[in-house]
Design a binder for this molecule. Structure first.
Ligand code: SAM
Length: 290
């Protein structure tokens, strides 16, 4: 077992390449799980670099698949890594990595990230480790090459947790570094007035600082998706800039209606919002002045 740790980067022991692992375990990509694997470890290393020093961080990786990005996270010196993967075929490939670094440092959860309780995963991992997690001082980070099919619902799940200080967000402002469909990432980061400015921009930017990262063309993946991708880092804000009392649910409802009816008069859209609409008009609007 290899477990010498250096603060910034670490060497993993000699292992089959990710392409070999895919062949060895017959991990033919399944479209229903949005499986597009990234085999170029320079790209996954570059993505992990956006996180900075990981020596005091527990990373939660979403959808590790055959483990390309997983290798980069371990190599970058993450204190602990919890991977959450839905496809049971990936388990043996992930166990190869786990054996390379020790069960103390890497924990595998076979579950659906849309419904799993990430805080519970961390507590369980802590119970299985010699060095328990210190929720006051340890940091948490979400990382993933997200399956396209669950990108938006997963981000909404986390946004609601951020707003309500639930799950892992109870313990601090855990950043989320995600590789998303470029179109979705661009919508999240768009500024007011941009063509891409949308419901997602309003909601995400209200609760998080958004940092746009580099693009990765579809051709870099196996199999290549028809669209390009972009890395994006979202860090929960310390404090909301304005209207701290307006709940996310209201903002989601308003934004869904306003952006769903772009061509109609905004006043018509607001009329369809019932109680939220009148509240919005009374309290000086929260969307229309952006
Ligand atoms: N991280 C790997 C990489 O970069 O090559 C795989 C990325 S692939 C785009 C998405 C991964 O998420 C697949 O391994 C897929 O099985 C997994 N996945 C899909 N839906 C999931 C869900 N609801 N919960 C957890 N994992 C899921």
């Amino acid at each position: 077992c290899w477990n010498v740790r250096n603060k910034s980067t670490e060497k993993l022991p000699q292992m089959p390449s990710v392409a070999e692992i895919i062949r060895l375990y017959g991990l033919s990509a399944q479209q229903k799980l949005s499986q597009n694997f990234l085999l170029d470890l320079n790209l996954t290393d570059k993505m992990v670099k956006m996180a900075g020093d990981l020596s005091n961080t527990t990373v939660i990786e979403v959808g590790p698949g055959p483990g390309g990005l997983t290798r980069s996270i371990l190599k970058a010196g993450a204190k602990r890594l919890i991977v959450i993967e839905k496809d049971p075929r990936c388990l043996p490939a992930l166990e190869v990595l786990q054996q390379a670094v020790s069960k103390q440092r890497m924990h595998i959860v076979m579950d659906d990230v849309l419904t799993v309780d990430e805080e519970e995963c961390v507590i369980k991992a802590s119970e299985q480790s010699r060095e328990p997690i210190d929720f006051q001082h340890d940091q948490f980070l979400f990382l993933g090459n997200l399956p396209f099919s669950i990108g938006t619902p997963l981000l909404l799940k986390w946004l609601y947790q951020i707003e309500r200080k639930q799950g892992l967000f109870k313990h601090g402002r855990a950043p989320m570094i995600m590789l998303l469909q470029k179109e979705v990432a661009d919508r999240i980061g768009a500024a007011p007035g941009d063509d891409d400015f949308s419901r997602l921009s309003v909601m995400m930017q209200r609760w998080c600082d958004v940092q746009m990262g580099f693009k990765i063309p579809g051709s870099a993946f196996v199999p290549p998706p028809k669209v390009d991708t972009r890395v994006i880092k979202m860090t929960p804000r310390n404090r909301l800039k304005s209207y701290p009392d307006v709940p996310l649910e209201a903002i989601e409802h308003v934004a869904r209606n306003v952006f769903g009816q772009r061509r109609k008069m905004l006043s018509n859209s607001i009329q369809t919002l019932g109680a939220y609409g009148s509240q919005l008009l009374e309290n000086q609007d929260i969307i229309l002045d952006e």
